[in-house]
Design a protein around this ligand. Structure first.
Ligand SMILES: Cc1cc2nc3c(=O)[nH]c(=O)nc-3n(C[C@H](O)[C@H](O)[C@H](O)COP(=O)(O)OP(=O)(O)OC[C@H]3O[C@@H](n4cnc5c(N)ncnc54)[C@H](O)[C@@H]3O)c2cc1C
Length: 387
C-alpha cells in the first residue's frame, strides 16, 4: 500500500548514507558534550533537508511530507538530536510562514530558512501554558506601526541558534480563549529580545532547548503572521505537521533499538549458545519488529494525508495524533526492550542502548504529550459517531 517512489527511496538512501558517515560517531560525542551540531546541520542543509517539503521558488527541495518523514526517521535512527533540529526547523518554523505568511514574508524569510543559512524555531510553551496554550500570558500590544511584546517562552527547540522564530502572544486581552492570540515573527537582534535559560536534559542532549525572553521587544507591525486572533488556529495547523515529524523521529529511534538488540542477541552467548536462541529474547524481538512496522505504516499514512490535504491539513489531525501517540510509545517500549536484551551492557555508555532509551522519552512529551494525543484522537472519533 505504501510503496515509496524512486525519489523517496533515493532520499532514504542518501539520508542513511549521510547519517552513517557524518553523524554516527558524532552522536556519541555530542550526547556527552551537549554541543549543538552546527556543522552537520549545515551539511544537512546542503542536502536539502532544511527545506524538504517546500517549493524550489523558496529554495526548498520540492519534495513531499512522506519524504520529510523519511528524512526525520533516517537522521533520528542515528542521531535523534539532529532529528529534533530538522523537525522543528521544517515543520514548526517554515510551515506556518509558508501556509499563513504574506507573499512578502515568504519571500523574505523562506529562502534563507530553506537553505539553512538561517535556523528557525517556534515558541508557544510558557511556564504557565504547556498543554493548554490557551493559557498564554505573553502579550503583544500595537503601538503605531509596531508591536511591543512582553513575556517568556520556555523549552524552545533551536532557541540559542535560531535566527528567526515564531512566537505566540495575546493580542486581545478581553477576547475569548483561543481566539485572542496571534503569532509574530521575531528576528535575532530584535530590541528587547534575548535567549534566557538553557536547559540541561535527559536526552537529545545536543539539541538546544531554551527560554525566549521578550522585555518590551519592539518589532514592526508587518511581522504579524496571519490575522490577529489566528494564533491558536495556526498553532494547531502547525502541530498537525510537526507531530508527523516527531512520530518519524520516534520510529527512527525504535528502529535503531531493534537493530542494536538483534545484532547483540546474535553475538552474545550464554549457557553455551547465542541468546538469540532463547524464546524470551525472540519474543521481545518479534514484538519490537511488529510494533515498528505498525508505527511505520501510521507515520507514512499520516504523512500521505498531509500531502493529500495540503493547506486543509486539519483533516489529517486524527492520523497525525495517532502516529505520534503510537510511534512514541513504541519507541519507549522498544528502547526499554533493547536494554533488557543487552542486559547490563544495555545500561552502560559503551553501547548506544541507554542513549536511545533517554532520547526516546521526549517523543512522548513534546508537540503534545501522549495524553493530549489521546484527547485529539478521541475527540475526532467521537465526532465521527455523533449524530
Ligand atoms: C526538549 C523539549 C523541547 C521542546 N520544544 C518546544 C518547542 O520548540 N516549542 C514549544 O513551544 N514547546 C516546546 N516544548 C514544550 C513541550 O511541547 C511541552 O513541554 C509539552 O507540550 C507539555 O507541556 P508541559 O511540559 O507544560 O506539561 P503540562 O501541560 O503541565 O502537563 C503535565 C501532565 O499533565 C497532563 N495533562 C495536561 N493537560 C491534560 C489534559 N487536558 N488531559 C490529560 N492530561 C493532561 C500531561 O499530559 C502531562 O502528563 C519542548 C519541551 C521539551 C522538554
Amino acid at each position: 500500500m505504501f510503496e515509496l517512489t524512486e525519489e523517496q527511496l533515493m532520499l532514504r538512501d542518501m539520508c542513511r548514507g549521510f547519517a552513517e558517515k557524518n553523524l554516527r560517531e558524532q552522536a556519541v560525542e555530542i550526547d556527552k558534550t551537549h554541543k549543538f551540531p552546527l556543522e552537520t546541520t549545515k551539511q544537512m542543509a546542503d542536502l536539502g533537508l532544511l527545506g524538504i517539503m517546500y517549493p524550489s521558488e523558496y529554495n526548498g527541495a520540492d519534495m513531499d511530507y512522506v519524504s520529510y518523514a523519511i528524512a526525520c526517521e533516517e537522521i533520528s535512527r542515528v542521531c535523534a538530536a539532529s532529528g529534533t533540529i530538522i523537525s522543528a526547523h521544517n515543520s514548526l518554523c517554515i510551515s506556518p510562514i509558508y501556509y499563513f505568511g504574506t507573499d512578502e514574508q515568504k519571500e523574505n524569510y523562506m529562502p534563507r530558512l530553506c537553505t539553512g543559512e538561517h535556523i528557525g524555531a517556534f515558541a508557544i510553551t510558557e511556564p504557565g501554558a504547556g498543554s493548554d496554550s490557551g493559557g498564554t500570558a505573553a502579550t503583544a500590544v500595537k503601538d503605531g506601526d509596531y508591536y511591543i511584546l512582553n513575556g517568556t517562552k520556555n523549552f524552545i527547540t533551536n532557541g540559542e541558534y535560531a535566527d528567526i522564530h515564531l512566537t505566540l502572544a495575546v493580542t486581545d486581552k478581553d477576547g475569548i480563549k483561543n481566539k485572542n492570540t496571534s503569532f509574530f515573527i521575531i528576528e535575532k537582534g530584535d530590541p528587547g529580545f534575548s535567549v534566557g535559560k538553557v536547559e540541561e536534559k535527559l536526552g537529545i542532549c545536543a539539541s538546544s532547548t531554551t527560554e525566549m525572553v521578550y522585555d518590551n521587544c519592539r518589532i514592526p507591525a508587518n511581522r504579524l503572521l496571519g490575522k490577529p486572533g489566528e494564533g491558536f488556529k495556526i498553532a494547531m495547523h502547525t502541530l498537525d505537521g510537526g507531530r508527523v515529524g516527531i512520530a518519524a523521529q520516534a520510529l527512527g529511534i525504535a528502529q535503531a533499538a531493534l537493530e542494536e538488540a538483534a545484532k547483540y542477541a546474535n553475538q552474545r552467548e550464554q549457557f553455551g549458545a547465542p541468546i538469540a536462541k532463547l524464546q524470551s529474547i525472540q519474543n521481545m524481538i518479534a514484538d519490537m519488529a511488529t510494533e515498528i512496522e505498525a508505527s511505520r505504516l501510521l507515520v507514512y499514512k499520516s504523512a500521505t494525508l498531509l500531502d493529500q490535504h495540503g493547506a486543509n491539513r486539519r483533516m489529517a489531525s486524527k492520523n497525525a495524533a495517532m502516529a505520534k501517540l503510537y510511534a512514541s510509545e513504541c519507541a519507549h517500549r522498544c528502547t526499554h526492550k533493547c536494554i533488557q536484551i543487552l542486559g547490563g551492557y544495555g545500561y552502560v555508555k559503551e553501547y548506544i542502548a541507554e542513549r536511545l532509551y533517554r532520547d526516546a522519552r521526549i517523543t512522548e512529551l513534546y508537540e503534545g504529550t501522549s495524553e493530549i494525543q489521546r484527547l485529539v484522537v478521541a475527540a475526532n472519533v467521537l465526532a465521527e459517531y455523533a449524530e
